[in-house]
Design a protein around this ligand. Structure first.
Ligand SMILES: O=C(CO)[C@@H](O)[C@H](O)[C@H](O)[C@H](O)COP(=O)(O)O
Ligand SMILES: [Zn+2]
Length: 191
């Protein structure tokens, strides 16, 4: 059943009001990311479909900018290397497209942020496992019941909705909250 734009806005407001109860967990996740990235670690991101766009969005705002003029930060999205993606999918299977890149590029203390509305996409679960085995910090931005990813990641946030669109809209807010914290810490350090 397709709802009107007003209904969709009302639905998003209701989801955000429910999600506000997790503000302490949001602060803890943002803090863990900011601490590692500003210490020089690399933040890797990945997702499928619309969540791939979120993964691209977060990584580019570290390397490029969010709002302020500051030094570039290390962000790499695992959705963008079409050579690696097609080779791995073709030769090892789509489930390995992110995990194999993590095994090749990730270093202990780096971070992996996955975006998933279900928490059940096999290639993201494989990426979380590979990241853990490589000593990375794992963080999952999820929805619905969080799926298997919820307990696989070191830090998980589950947007309280079964609607993928509303989940992704809140993921967009979260990725900007991460960037906001990074840039505020850099500005404070610059005095
Ligand atoms: O953007 C949307 C839905 O809003 C879709 O493209 C959605 O991302 C795709 O169906 C994904 O394959 C769903 O994967 P996941 O979020 O469950 O990990
Ligand atoms: Zn979408």
């Amino acid at each position: 059943m397709h709802s009107s734009f007003t209904d969709q806005c009302d639905e998003l407001v209701a989801v955000l009001q429910r999600f506000a109860a997790q503000s302490a967990a949001v602060d803890a996740l943002v803090d863990r990311i900011a601490e590692a990235v500003l210490a020089g670690q690399t933040l890797f991101t990945c997702g499928n479909g619309g969540s791939a766009a979120d993964a691209i969005h977060l990584a580019e705002e570290l390397v490029g900018r969010y709002r302020s003029d500051r030094r570039p930060l290390a962000g790499i999205c695992l959705n963008t290397d079409v050579g690696a993606l097609t080779c791995i999918a073709n030769d090892f299977g789509y489930e390995q497209v992110f995990a194999r890149q993590i095994q090749a590029l990730g270093r202990p203390g780096d971070l992996l942020v996955i975006f998933s509305t279900s928490g059940g996409s096999p290639n993201l679960l494989a990426a979380l496992r590979a990241a853990r085995e490589s000593g990375l910090i794992t963080l999952a931005l999820l929805g619905k019941d969080g799926g298997s990813a919820r307990n696989l990641a070191d830090h998980s946030l589950v947007v309280p909705s079964d609607n993928s669109a509303r989940i992704q809209e809140v993921h967009g807010l979260l990725l900007h909250a991460i960037c906001e914290e990074l840039e505020q810490r850099l500005q404070r350090a610059q005095g």
